[in-house]
Ligand binder design. Sequence first.
Ligand code: GRF
Length: 194
Amino acid sequence: MVKLTGNEKVNIAVFISGTGSNLKNLISHSLKKKSKFRISLIISNNPKAKGLNFANKYKIKKTVINYKKFDNAEKTILKKLKKNNIDLVCLAGFMKILSANLIKKFNGKIINIHPSLLPKYKGLNTHERAMKNNEKFCGCTVHYVNSKLDSGKIIIQKKIRIFKNDNIEKIKKKVLKQEHQIYPKAISKVIINL
Ligand code: GRF
């Protein structure tokens, strides 16, 4: 249980693998005066992830995890989370699946953003599949992480209309814009219950 009193803030670790636009957006929110959280750690499995540059820019601790040996990778992750007193893990484009064991150890404290209207289109290439199926709507979801892929309890979801002249690129852009709206809101909702 994390009790927030006065100026205390929730310590968040953001896990990335690529661009890190969600990470950048969360950092911006964390820097607002009234923010209840700080980004204390950035973890990436990919040493070339563009998002790691935000660690240097904003002087945030970063760790690149070598996933050649899965068990070692997760041991290092757990150690880093403990060492940095992390209260909440936010996955943002992290392309590795966490083990049931790690999820259990951080039960209810790992959330993820996914570019679809879950429970529809779990996994990859969500927009491609939605368009192929002539869906009228696409969207994004922030959800708790459990041991089944993209299946944990939904925290916030945003629905976006797909128009006839939309293409994958347009949809990706529209959805990402909404991701940046809902992820900070989801964090605000979640940290009350940590
Ligand atoms: C986002 O679309 C997110 O929903 C998905 O991966 C993408 C990450 O984008 N899980 P970015 O690295 O935050 O720009």
